[in-house]
Design a protein around this ligand. Structure first.
Ligand SMILES: *[C@@H]1O[C@H](CO)[C@@H](O)[C@H](O)[C@H]1NC(C)=O
Ligand SMILES: *[C@@H]1O[C@H](CO)[C@@H](O)[C@H](O)[C@H]1NC(C)=O
Ligand SMILES: *[C@@H]1O[C@H](CO)[C@@H](O)[C@H](O)[C@H]1NC(C)=O
Ligand SMILES: *[C@@H]1O[C@H](CO)[C@@H](O)[C@H](O)[C@H]1NC(C)=O
Length: 510
């Protein structure tokens, strides 16, 4: 929420600029030499980046004047190519240049069958959409298309909808061929065979940590093996649907305004805090109204505490499992893998840290094995160089294995024993005052997230009650088993071998 407001405030001038540019294109502004915003780019088109625009230089407009493709200034100093929703100045699509480029770069955008953004001074292509089309157009859905053939019988050869950045808009198919990434590329959303999930993108030598998973409930249509890939789409009635083919969806993930007749532009965005949220454009209030929040417990968000840290529920307070050597907070999850070139363990690459009373908050998403003792569990991780940590649950005899540096840990009961590998031997630091300051900054940011999460959770509650009523008694039984903590987890979730285990994960999570 804070981020959205921030954007609106500092992008306010863009609105005026973009609006005046559009007016100029309609011949409304007199005497200005502003280049009219094109409705179509033809072969041979080229436009230079003009720094006199303070935030956004529109190049191509859609027929309704709501969206424009142009040069966007990001983080006050950098340049990107983007499709903006002009009333909010929100970038619905960003090209994400091959290398970070300053706003002052002598860039130009050209169309020669494909689109290319080049740095003229460095004679370097910064981004390109390779295609051999006849024109580039921006549709009234915000989809940037390169088309070939006559306008009446156009063939789409490239479209921005197939290359999302951090947002999908209403009507956009999200497939397993694409992924949403936060702009800093720390987090990703991907589609699996019958689910979508959020991941912490791994440092080199580790695996991605899944921290949220939504599996298709198959309420209306079956997802069949070999029946083609699934795809997800934000629908006008206020939900994210999962399909294998057009028709009734296999899954409906409802937003707050589900079936309430709210007809407005909707979007779903993977935000920098790692959370996935949906909004609709409230034209009267001229703001994006929050409609869905994937994660409402701060401890389930990877940005709340970070690596080698334990989160206290429900406060979201963080405490280090391992401190950084320089006293700047908890140890970092960086520094490459633990496996040597021969595949074996490289001695001295890590230090082992043990901690009582911790457990993974995402344990339903982790691989687990049965083990007779904490020692046995620990040894399995110790002798496997792909393993970064193990948590043993004494009550159930489960050994949860992590193939990424320890994170997403919460306080558990004393029967849970954690064993974690910390790379590059971080010694305990004296006087971690810096760590405390960092933690309080994290907490302040969290408070903002927390408030919006609480609001969303309250609003979402009503639907959940309805949704829960629909669960079968078998699901309800499993839910009760799940509630009894370690009674859950009948199989390794990563393999998705059995569908009932997948459903169980799902019912437990709601
Ligand atoms: C968008 O364009 C399609 C045809 O291309 C049209 O049917 C639809 O009504 C348009 N929507 C808006 C909001 O202009
Ligand atoms: C989304 O996928 C469906 C089914 O493949 C297809 O009919 C439709 O044209 C796609 N929409 C877009 C915008 O690509
Ligand atoms: C080592 O750990 C990784 C990640 O947890 C796992 O995929 C792999 O199967 C393990 N290898 C052995 C030999 O146990
Ligand atoms: C980390 O540093 C803090 C502050 O100095 C200290 O209180 C805490 O015990 C340390 N934690 C670990 C796991 O070493």
């Amino acid at each position: 929420m804070e981020a959205v407001m921030g954007r609106r405030i500092h992008l306010l001038p863009v609105l005026c600029l973009a609006a005046s540019a559009l007016m100029a294109s309609m011949g409304a502004a007199a005497g200005e030499e502003a280049v009219p915003t094109a409705q179509e780019l033809r072969r041979g088109f080229s436009v230079s980046h003009d720094q006199s625009y303070s935030q956004f230089q529109p190049v191509l407009a859609d027929p309704t004047g709501v969206f424009a493709l142009g040069f966007l200034r990001v983080n006050s100093t950098m340049l990107d190519l983007a499709v903006l929703h002009l009333p909010s100045a929100f970038p619905l699509w960003r090209a994400i240049l091959d290398r970070p480029t300053p706003w002052s770069a002598a860039a130009s955008l050209s169309f020669d069958g494909g689109l290319a953004l080049t740095d003229r001074a460095a004679n370097e292509v910064l981004w390109s959409a390779s295609a051999s089309g006849d024109r580039a157009v921006l549709l009234n859905t915000s989809n940037l298309q390169i088309q070939s053939g006559s306008s009446a019988d156009a063939v789409v050869v490239w479209q921005s909808f197939d290359h999302p950045s951090e947002t999908i808009v209403q009507g956009q198919n999200f497939t397993s061929a694409a992924a949403l990434h936060t702009v800093d590329r720390r987090f990703a959303m991907r589609l699996g065979s019958n689910y979508f999930a959020l991941y912490v993108e791994p440092p080199p030598g580790a695996a991605a940590a899944m921290y949220f998973k939504h599996t298709a409930l198959q309420a209306k249509a079956q997802i069949v093996a070999g029946g083609g890939p699934t795809y997800a789409r934000v629908e006008p009635d206020g939900f994210l649907a999962m399909y294998q083919k057009e028709g009734p969806p296999a899954d409906v993930l409802s937003f707050d305004t589900f079936n309430r007749g709210v007809r407005a532009l909707r979007r779903m965005t993977l935000e920098t805090d790692g959370n996935l949220r949906a909004y609709y454009w409230d034209a009267n209030a001229t703001r994006w109204a929050l409609d869905y929040t994937a994660i409402t417990d701060p401890c389930e968000l990877p940005t709340t505490c970070g690596a080698y840290s334990v989160c206290a529920q429900p406060s979201g307070r963080c405490a280090c499992v391992a401190n950084a050597t320089d006293g700047s907070g908890c140890a970092a999850a960086s520094g490459g893998g633990l496996c040597g070139t021969t595949g074996g363990e490289v001695g001295g690459l890590y230090q082992a840290v043990r901690r009582q009373g911790v457990e993974p908050v995402n344990k339903e998403l982790l691989v687990f094995e049965h083990a007779a003792s904490a020692t046995e569990c620990e040894e399995r991780c110790e002798r496997n160089c792909s393993c970064w940590g193990a948590v043993y649950s004494d009550g159930a005899g489960y050994c949860y294995l992590m193939d990424y540096p320890a994170q997403l840990l919460v306080e558990g009961d004393e029967r849970k024993t954690g064993y974690f590998k910390v790379r590059s031997v971080e010694e305990e630091a004296e006087g971690g005052g810096g760590g405390g300051r960092r933690a309080s900054r994290v907490k302040a940011a969290l408070l903002a997230i927390g408030i919006s999460a609480v609001v969303a959770a309250a609003a979402f509650g009503a639907y959940r009650v309805w949704e829960r009523r629909r669960t079968t008694s078998a699901d309800a039984r499993r839910q009760i088993m799940g509630a009894a903590d370690d009674g859950l987890s009948p199989g390794p979730y990563k393999n998705l071998g059995s569908f009932s285990s997948v459903e169980l994960t799902n019912s437990f999570r709601r």
